[in-house]
Structures are given as C-alpha cells and as structure tokens.
Design a protein around this ligand. Structure first.
Ligand code: NI
Length: 188
C-alpha cells in the first residue's frame, strides 16, 4: 500500500528541475516499485518521480499494457537523456498530474533515449510513435515541463481557468472523507 499522492497542476512542485540519481539504492528500487503500482492503479502509461514529490531523475513507463492481449513491459528510466530525435508526430496527450484535460501535442516521431536501469546498467531505447511520445513526456517532467506547455497559450489559458474553477468549488465544498470500504468491490 502506498500513501503517496500524485501532485496535481498547478502545484508549483511540478515545475522544479529534478536532480540526477547518484546511486541506485534499495530506496530507489522500492520507489520504482511504488511508482509502477501507482501507475498501473491509476491507470497510466508513465509516471515520473517528481509527480509524487520525489525530485529525482527517474520515471517508469509501460506504454502498451492496457491494449488487448498485451503483457506488461515495465521500464525504469534513471537519469534518462534524449540523444537523438527525428521527425514529427502529433498525439493527443493526457497526464496524471493534469486532471480532466487532453490536448494534441507535437513532438519528435522517433527518439533515441539513454538511461540507467535499476541495476545501474546503461540502456539505449530506440522508440517511435506512442513510445517516443511517452518517453518525451516523462523526461519533460524531470525538467518541470508539462504537456500543456507545448500547446497554444489560448488552449492552455482555457484549461487553467477551468481548473481554477474546479479548485475554487472544491474549496467551498471540501470532498467528504469516505469510510473505508465505502466503494463496492470492483469499482474505483
Ligand atoms: Ni505526465
């Protein structure tokens, strides 16, 4: 079980630049496990450490597990760097830290990413399409960049306004704390 929460826009902590991981310790390994659990629970295809208030350069991704017949393929990226980019693709993106919003974002169609794995080994990933989009999105988080930074100011401002309204409403009527087991099993 985890009591961590995913930080939500406009939390300023999402805007900070994360620090490199200097040593892959047991804490790092257990954080990676927790991140996968949270990502699969949400559900999502990527989660970066700063989204759960750990400002280190680590992210977890698994882009295809939700597709029919697909198996899980969890990948941990430690200190990832994009070393090549090519072409362009527009993809409709969302983010666990940007509630109730999706927008078309233009990114590189193909990227080569180098990162350490949990054994401290350097891995090079050659990615395209959704995989390339997801890796770029997660690496952005490590620099305090959100996908809404890549859309027009007009669209972003509309979202910011909507989000402020939702937050103001939540402040007026704070969410009720529900007792455990309130939800029927099978629902979320
Ligand atoms: Ni995100």
């Amino acid at each position: 079980m985890t009591d961590r929460e995913i930080l939500l826009f406009p939390d300023p902590r999402l805007r900070e630049v994360s620090k490199p991981v200097l040593e892959i310790t047991d804490d790092i390994r257990s954080l990676a496990r927790e991140m996968f659990q949270m990502m699969y629970d949400e559900p999502g295809i990527g989660l970066a450490a700063p989204q759960i208030n750990e400002r280190i350069r680590m992210a977890v991704v698994d882009t295809r597990w939700g597709e029919e017949g697909a198996e899980k393929n969890p990948i941990v990226l430690i200190n990832p760097e994009i070393i090549e980019r090519e072409g362009k693709i527009t993809w409709t993106e969302g983010c666990l830290s940007v509630p109730e919003f999706q927008a078309d974002v233009e990114r590189a169609f193909r990227v080569k990413v180098k990162a350490l794995d949990l054994d401290g080994k350097e891995q090079v990933y050659e990615l395209e399409e959704l995989d390339a989009v997801c890796f770029q999105h997660e690496i952005d988080h490590l620099d305090g960049v959100l996908f809404i930074d890549h859309i027009s100011r007009l669209k972003r401002n509309l979202y910011v306004k909507k989000r402020k309204k939702v937050l103001a409403r939540e402040e007026e009527e704070p969410e009720q704390k529900l007792p455990p087991n309130f939800f029927e099993p099978g629902k979320s």
